[in-house]
Write a protein that binds this ligand. Sequence first.
Ligand code: ME8
Length: 492
Amino acid sequence: MKFCVTTPIYYINGEPHIGHAYASIAADILARFKRFDGHEVHFSTGTDEHGIKVARSAEAAAMDVQKFSDIMSQKFRDLGGYINLSQDDFIRTTEERHILSSQTLWRQMEKDIYKDSYSGWYSARDEEYVPEEDVVDGKAPSGAPVEWMEEESYFFRLSAYQDKLLELYEKNPDFIAPVSRRNEVVSFVKSGLRDLSISRSKFDWGIPIPDAPGHVMYVWVDALTNYITSLGFPENISRVSEMMENCVHVVGKEILRFHAVYWPAFLMSAGITLPKRIFAHGWWTSEGQKMSKSIGNVVEPQKTVEKYGLDPVRYFLFREIRFGEDGDFSEKALQRRISYDLANDLGNLVQRVLAFVQKIGGLRANYDFGTDERPLFEDSRNLVKKLRILVDKQDLYGALEAIWQLVSASNRFVNDMKPWELAKDDENRLNAVLTALCEGIRAIGFGIAPFMPDTGRKIFDFLNLEGKSFGEIETNFMDQTFPPPFPLFPKE
Ligand code: ME8
């Protein structure tokens, strides 16, 4: 089975922050889960380097724009290291392969492209055209200032795709998720689509349009194309097709329209396979306020990870709010999650069970599961099946919830069964209890590994599972001894 997942490619006008880390970690969790589950995965991320916004930032920094792009793009590549991304490709839109790919796509859409002149408002910060009726006090709905633009431009016949798009959403109810977002897009398209200006002529930091000197592509045409460039467009069209049909684009809610309206229309026009789903996630505020440099509350991924450890931060981001909703990043909430969910619930469970297994010299063969052990054993075996369903819906919060139900059930089981008492006079029972608990810990290890790769690996090491995949979930633990455990989330 194939699976493809993408992050937005990030503008390089500023430093990476927790919002970028969030989208990237989400895609990483999906990619890791599918790899464990035996899929062939393509996971791409990268940087969006053309457009007025980047050109102006380079100008403000008094730097050559390509040099500026090289330096800033590297910061996003480095971010991938701090947050342990397992991407297969990091794409930059200034790369040769991408220029060729965007120009090829343009040619394939040519039947829907015509030349005219554009006049209207533009928001450079959003890299977006703003309809006259949406401009209030010189500002776009996002609050960004707008400027007047008047120039010769190529247009894409988006209006011709209104019915095809509505049919697409109708026939594929899961094309846009979550469902509340889908409804927004449907009503936007129903309200009528205008043709889209897709080139700029008063400005040159972009991909040249084939055979049209003086015109460069509107940055969003080039940006969206990154997804197929990364899959090998135009050379490897069969890979593009087979991956796109299994592809989930993870995007922030503010750029859903580009992905759910423009992108499928471009692909239909060019005769290229559409992605499987666009998943729009919500936005993080910081300590109750919009993140902003002037307030000084921007959450810096590197600093946060240095202070709290990477796995706790990755866990927090997907446990604190349901994926798809907005949330607030606060250090207090993060600290609470670390001490309750991670150290107390998960850390203690693993430590006390495996230390006990050590103490008795390993698990023995002669055990029979009784009615007490069976439910835990079965819940453990069922966890991966449950997670598959949740992860296929990108319900990452639900997945963590299901894992933590097993953590709690296992802790309760230790309390109820009191292995320290069984150790006195019922060895067979003790073995059955500890084996069921190890089954639980193994399932929990597989479940959390995509979210917390280092913690997952530690659990695999404790249980001699390194290098195993979900397929091994059903091997048994007969006659196993394990290396001594150590605390997963030590308290300082
Ligand atoms: O829009 N909370 O790039 P961008 C959550 N280049 N997520 C956030 C966030 C926040 N406060 N801030 C940013 C662009 N993000 C285009 C994309 S794709 C073909 C081109 C995340 O640098 C979120 O995923 O503005 C958002 O969509 C993305 O960063 C936007 O990054």
